[in-house]
Design a protein. Sequence first.
Lengths: 195, 195
Amino acid sequence: MHPLLKQNIERTIAQTLPADSEKIFAELLLEQVFQKGDFLAEEGKPCHAIYFITQGAACAYFLDAKGEKNAMQLALEGHWISDLSSFFSGQAAMYSIEALEPLKVLVLKKENFTKASQAFPFFDRLFRILIQNAYVSLQQRLAKTNAESAENRYLAFVKQYPDFVQRIPQYLIASYLGIKPQSLSRIRKAMAHTK
Amino acid sequence: MHPLLKQNIERTIAQTLPADSEKIFAELLLEQVFQKGDFLAEEGKPCHAIYFITQGAACAYFLDAKGEKNAMQLALEGHWISDLSSFFSGQAAMYSIEALEPLKVLVLKKENFTKASQAFPFFDRLFRILIQNAYVSLQQRLAKTNAESAENRYLAFVKQYPDFVQRIPQYLIASYLGIKPQSLSRIRKAMAHTK
DNA sequence: CGTCTATTTGAATGTACTCAAAAGCGGTGG
DNA sequence: CCACCGCTTTTGAGTACATTCAAATAGACG
């Protein structure tokens, strides 16, 4: 089992992963590779898998009325990414997921997830906690969007995800923060001055 | 078992609730009543329960730097409300939950949740789906906050939650939408004109 | 090197905010 | 029943922050 995944799961459930669970898990996962610009999922089509990134960067976004990309999720290695709504409901995905760098992922397909979920209650628990954590992060992100200035949001982002700043295009970070790329550029300029 | 709760659970898991599960569930829940202005949870203290509202209205909010209430969740009868982060982690709550009307709730205490979760995998599944749905709604709310004007956000809110508009104070709806009460007042005025 | 995309910069505009005050509404007690 | 109080909503005027439109510069990639 990939060390990043093991680490991710153990941090999630706050206990070491039993050897048998580890084995079962490994059997359910499929390794896959994507080129930069490839899509792991596409808006409008069902998203049948959850991806764990072992190498590279990816982004889940939707296109707004003007055709601009709006990032909902940004992820580097060590993170999960998917359109969970589509994954669980089977409906069309609201987001496209695109590789921003050459990407290596572990794929958990819906059918394997369902199988495992029925056989091992452990899976429902793991995914309940994963989604729970995602939900809490999202709440905090929304709270900041409503209560903080664009500049403070960017400062908090840099602090929380320093690696992302280096590797994710600025226009995607801008949309993730709910601002326009031009505005983010000006904010960065102003910050460079003050420092 | 309260019909609103039964309905809520069956809609969540997309199947009728087995009679035995219903019985078990009913034993885990405690009825409780609050006056308008009472707190179900307080920012800074752990939140030990999840509440299902059977009558009345409630709001989960945090206080920003200026001491203004920022609504994270609004709920009428038929909805669940809690600070899930605090409930699951045991840490201090980020939100206060306040009764906006005389309130009747069914209380699911942490200890009962844990007991049930270990005895019946059904519970992990139910709560995984509940949180999953909450997560998806939150994503959509964030997407709208970033991509839509204040007016469109309010229009969408009115369409999605017509009952809330009648019963929740405007300044809380405003903060839920990420705008100031004065601005919401002006938006409503402009809408009345155009109609 | 040339093309395509991302980022920066400038100037003008606009949406929502701030500060301030008035009006409306609901509850309480004289 | 009316007067008063506190809180919510409305309105007005001025402001600020981020946006738009447009163009120039910088970077990535074949």
